[in-house]
Design a protein around this ligand. Sequence first.
Ligand SMILES: [Zn+2]
Ligand SMILES: [Zn+2]
Length: 397
Amino acid sequence: MSGRAGARGEEVPLGDATIADVSGDYYELLGVSREATPDEMKKAYRRLARQLHPDANPDDPEAEAHFKEVSKAYAVLSDPEKRASYDRFGEEGVGAGFDPFGGQGFGSINDIFDMFFGGQSPFGGSAGGRGRPGGPPRGADQEVVATLTFEEAVFGAEMPISLRTALRCETCAGSGAAEGTSASTCGTCSGSGQVRQVRQSILGQMVTSGVCPECNGQGTVIPDPCLECSGEGRTISDEELEVRVPPGVNTGSTLRLTGRGAVGPRGGPPGDLYVHVQVQGHDRFQRDGDHLFSELEISLAQATLGVDIDFETLDGTEKLEIRAGTQPGEVLRLRGLGVTRLEGRGRGDLHISLRVLVPKRLPADQEQLIRELAEMRGESVKEPDEGFMSKIKSAFR
Ligand SMILES: [Zn+2]
Ligand SMILES: [Zn+2]
């Protein structure tokens, strides 16, 4: 437990002047203004409790004393009646000697948070094996990133995924008990996984139920642990899976594979596996949602006179009919040759925009034909270069 608070890396070091000065004022202790809302106080207390709790500061009497003071301040100020009384009469108004823990010392940090926050530990649900009482906890969710080619995303694919995860221990079949032995009912909680504690506090008698410390809430204990998994019922292993990726996924899609995450300890149910999809680009196609976009270059003559062209779509060759008089930027739409709709029926379309290539340089004889065309059509064009006539002569020599 001691490493947990430190590992989160967000705490102010103890001894910091702002929190080490244990003065008497309850608002100052919590570091809030006298107008602080209940929510602000709750946040302040939660932050301080994480820093100061004895679990996070073993063998530090100063932190322990400070934690007690802060908890007392919060117990008073979080109760509207006590707060009003404290505001009018100060500490005398609430009884100076009062101990929010009923003289029973500290529970675990989860118990403290039970008292004040209804069981929501800032350390997350897995702290101390909290979960459904009387059963082994669920395993963690796992996440992996799968990189697909453009075509795999359009048509779907079977993807091999490898991940490091917790798998059921084969030696003990997940029970955690050595061969020939089995788990037995926990004597401390009679198998319920919960223990009830009664405390005297300023708010009256408080009954809290906490996780059984003996079995960590599981309701059973293993007298003779499996040697392979040390009683965990699971081992860390590399797993290879085939994931069926449906057609239509895109970068940012996440697939959830229920029950393919890490298995829980001692036969606990597995978490889920989340596969985050990343899709590679394509050199001829772009994608926007369900639609695909591509380009086709045609010549000036093809645009003018029309042509039939074979075009490679992702589905195979399609014969495109380019009409005579096609304009640059015109778009041909091939219905149903886009991307399969992930949620819904059918596929999007393939849009092919036509680029008409205007020649940048022409051999002299071809240039001459264009000039004649321009002349026939009465179009004015630039005069030929100095050397044009000699080029013409050499071309027709
Ligand atoms: Zn085992
Ligand atoms: Zn127990």
